[in-house]
Design a protein around this ligand. Structure first.
Ligand code: EPU
Length: 457
């Protein structure tokens, strides 16, 4: 079995699936209410931030996803005590006894996650050394870590490449510095934040990512005692402090999950109330959703997304860093765009290879052409490099059932949506990978009236 399938099977087992294949009888609208919890792309970083505190941290609204389990395992091998709190989804993280971990244990716990790279700054502060195994994550491009390594080196980390991974030390301690990112990378910005807050002196970061999940990480670090200011034009300034305490924080909701369920409502002609979703972090998505022909009602406790009837309209989308249209939103929405009347265009400018999921949609009857040209006006790093990163979707096309192997997290969710909207019985395997980022998705599908069977159950 390939490593991806192994990860997916393991993840599937952890969410309570006895198999990692589901058989879906599609063609029925998804209707009902589900709740989203804290954002995968914040919660995992917030857990790492707990390493920086002298006292325990309490994190609320933690989703039951395998990426959280990976980070928990990594924290535990470094001596952090992790316990469940009083309310569901509450974690208590006690870093009092942080210690070096064996490379082999780190490697065993890292699984397919890219999070270990973010342990480096905090571990260098606490222990003077850190180790990163070969990193995984979704196969959506090269996903290099060059920005991270350059950032850490600028703070004074000494980096040694070993056959099994990368070892870092900080013999002189870490010192604040000026950093300019060549691209507003989410992970590299988090790397700077998690390292600079305890470095000696001031750090100035230009070209920073400013995603809402990063702003929430800044909220957490401020609660811990950090001094961070976010200036205009992607400049973040951090004044290092000698020590930080633990934090108590309720995580920002998962806007990527909310957008995925919204797309599922549209593609299946359904009506889904996403409890916990909020308007401000979804503004850009909501505009596009409305342009396609979707309807939404904003409530205090969530957002109702639904297909109001009538024809869906084609749109032109270019994915971008915040406040642009998130790359994680495009895959689920592409399924709905196969039902729009006319030609839609999606120009992916964040990852060079994020259209792998389209092949399965084409097999199901979608009319989608992929192009290596930039079909849009946003500056893009991939145009002259033969990366297939633009899609032309002509609709509407009837989707028919198929056997699908889920390739990655967001692409996998889009396959689920396609199978749910297609007439007939589809078999979707490797679904365990979806549990990396979608908490309790099997339960949620049941709550929405989906007609499916988990193989082996
Ligand atoms: N990049 C480099 N070098 C680096 C780091 C990034 O060239 O050292 C490039 C990447 O290859 C990519 C671009 O910069 O082309 C953006 O990458 P970024 O660092 O912003 O992404 P990330 O931190 O690895 C996070 C999320 C992704 C989300 C992106 C963009 C987490 C764990 N992952 O990834 O989420 O798509 O930001 O918003 O926070 C997902 O949830 O499915 C997912 C992939």
């Amino acid at each position: 079995m390939n490593p991806l399938a192994q990860d997916a099977r393991a993840a599937g087992a952890r969410v309570g699936l006895t198999g990692d294949t589901i058989t879906i009888n599609g063609g029925q609208p998804l209707k009902g209410r589900i709740e989203v919890k804290g954002a995968k792309n914040l919660v995992t970083k917030a857990m790492v931030a707990a390493l920086l505190g002298e006292t325990p941290s309490i994190l609320r609204d933690v989703p039951d996803i395998s990426d959280v389990r990976v980070v928990r395992g990594l924290l535990e091998v470094h001596g952090v005590k992790v316990a469940l709190g009083a309310e569901p989804g509450e974690l208590i993280l006690d870093p009092k006894d942080v210690e070096s971990a064996h490379m082999v244990d780190i490697d065993a716990h890292a699984g397919s996650s890219r999070i270990p790279i973010l342990f480096c700054g905090p571990l260098l502060h606490r222990l003077g050394e850190a180790f990163i195994p070969d990193l995984g994550g979704c196969r959506i491009g090269d996903r290099p870590i060059d920005f991270h390594l350059e950032v850490l080196a600028k703070f004074g980390a000494v980096i040694e490449k070993l056959p099994s991974g990368i070892r870092m030390t900080a013999p002189e301690g870490l010192v604040g510095t000026k950093i300019e990112l060549p691209y507003p990378s989410v992970g590299a910005t988090e790397q700077v934040l998690l390292t600079a807050v305890r470095a000696t002196g001031k750090t100035e970061l230009t070209g920073a990512a400013i995603e809402p999940e990063i702003m929430d990480l800044i909220n957490i670090l401020q609660k811990m005692g950090a001094i961070i200011s976010v200036d205009t034009d992607r400049v973040i300034r951090i004044e290092g402090v000698d020590s930080l305490t633990g934090y108590t924080h309720r995580a920002l909701f998962d806007r990527n999950e909310a957008a995925s369920w919204a797309a599922a409502a549209l593609a299946t002609n359904g009506d889904i109330f996403v409890g916990g979703a909020r308007q401000p972090e979804m503004l850009t998505f909501l505009n596009v959703f409305r342009k396609v022909g979707g309807a939404f009602d904003i409530h205090d406790d969530g957002i109702r997304f639904y297909h109001p009837g009538g024809e869906l309209s084609p749109v032109v989308i270019e994915t971008d860093v915040h406040p642009g249209f998130m790359t994680d939103w495009q895959q689920p929405l592409v399924v709905a765009l196969t039902q729009a009347h006319g030609v839609s265009i999606v120009h992916e400018t964040v990852y060079e290879q994020r259209f792998g999921f389209v092949e399965a949609l084409i097999d199901m009857g979608a009319n989608i052409q992929l192009q290596s040209d930039c079909l849009g006006s946003h500056p893009c790093r991939f145009g002259q490099r033969n990366f297939v990163h633009s899609a032309i979707i002509s609709g509407p096309t009837t989707l028919h059932a198929a056997d699908i192997v889920v390739p990655d997290l967001r692409g996998g969710f889009s396959h689920l949506i396609a199978a749910l909207s297609a007439e007939g019985t589809s078999r979707v395997s490797n679904v365990g990978i979806i549990s990396r980022g979608y908490g309790d998705f099997i339960t949620k599908l049941r709550q929405l009236g989906a007609n499916f069977v988990v193989e082996g159950e």
